[in-house]
Design a protein around this ligand. Sequence first.
Ligand SMILES: *Cc1c(COP(=O)(O)O)cnc(C)c1O
Length: 431
Amino acid sequence: MNFYSLNQQAPTVSFKDAVIQGIAPDRGLYFPEHITPLPTSFFENIEDLSNHEIAFLAIRQFVGDEIPEAKLKEIIAEVLDFDFPVVELDENVATLELFHGPTLAFKDVGARFMARCLGEFSAKETNEVTVLVATSGDTGGAVANGFLGVRGVKVVILYPSGKVSDIQEKQLTTLGKNIGALEVDGTFDDCQRMVKTAFLDEELLHKMQLTSANSINVARWLPQLFYFLFAYKQVKSKGKEIVFSIPSGNFGNICAGIMAQKLGMPCHHFIAATNVNNIVPNFMKTGKYEPKPSIATISNAMDVGDPSNFIRIRHLYQDDFETLSKNISSYSFTDEQTKEAMVEIYNDCSYVADPHGAVGYLGLKKYQENHPNTYGIFLETAHPVKFLDIVEDTIRENIDLPEKIAKIMDKKKKATSISSYEELKKYLLSN
Ligand SMILES: *Cc1c(COP(=O)(O)O)cnc(C)c1O
């Protein structure tokens, strides 16, 4: 399968090159040339398929023959070695738990899939690939874990000193091997600026193959469509109209859901739920896309002021505002409303939601006010323990540390402190 740049000013490339480059030379996002729906028999018989079979049949067309079938199956089996349960909370409300992976974040699947694709491609190259990422918390842990031990790939993660949670810092700094952590004296924006500078540094690019691991990369974005198919398989027998509510930041996850629908998955509507970073809800009201600086919230993985994947969603609807509005609703919620929702979910359903999941719940409830007969699934994108302080303060209960987390809390942190781009460059060139 070939991929073209949405900016239309760069040549089309293979899946392999799209994965290695991340973004096109004209700074456009890559998009598949064709999307061929799966046969109706796939959806009719989906309950007879394993998750591995579903994933393979869904992603194969995008990968093409650039990874041999047997290898692709092996990658899928490694990536999807945990569950994706739909938990029903009420008659027409359920949550899809995406936090059972190694770092308890939904980004585990995309990060692991991308890591293995890149490992497969770079195994045939003589040059090592260096993955450079800035993280405000969750992405870094998932990427570090996903790439751990992948041959031919080195990972360098920049995080703002003192601004990630203890759990998140441990997840970034205790792995060792091919994963290097740089503790930056500055903010997340400083980290991101340094990464961007590196990607434009000709001297550096001449000496090493640099790539990024954010959701712009097709190998991180596309495998997220599995979630929606796994959910569909679990709730299909209810025979109701299914709607998904997705807590959204960069809009990669929801865009993958719409891809699943394009593949033929019967699904009635999508809800893009955001915190006060309301660029898309505003767009759905006014038709104007106006990026803004991001605002800090308690659902901080969604603090995005210019969601990079929204352009892919617009493209999926040929940028036709009317069809887009028929298929997607978007609502924004404050931290106050998010906390109230966490309490409501806990009191009414005995379920502990994290702040991101709670935003998804709010979006679903709002939509169902006018569409009461739909079966709604909101996505739980992180384990509540990752936002321990907020969750415990809000629902006034203690929650237990899962074993996966308890284990790493005793490990020793290893990070290199830096405070300028020059120090980053020196680190990259000397390691
Ligand atoms: C990244 C993230 C999101 C937002 O996902 P997008 O694909 O960027 O919209 C939501 N919740 C959590 C916990 C995340 O880490």
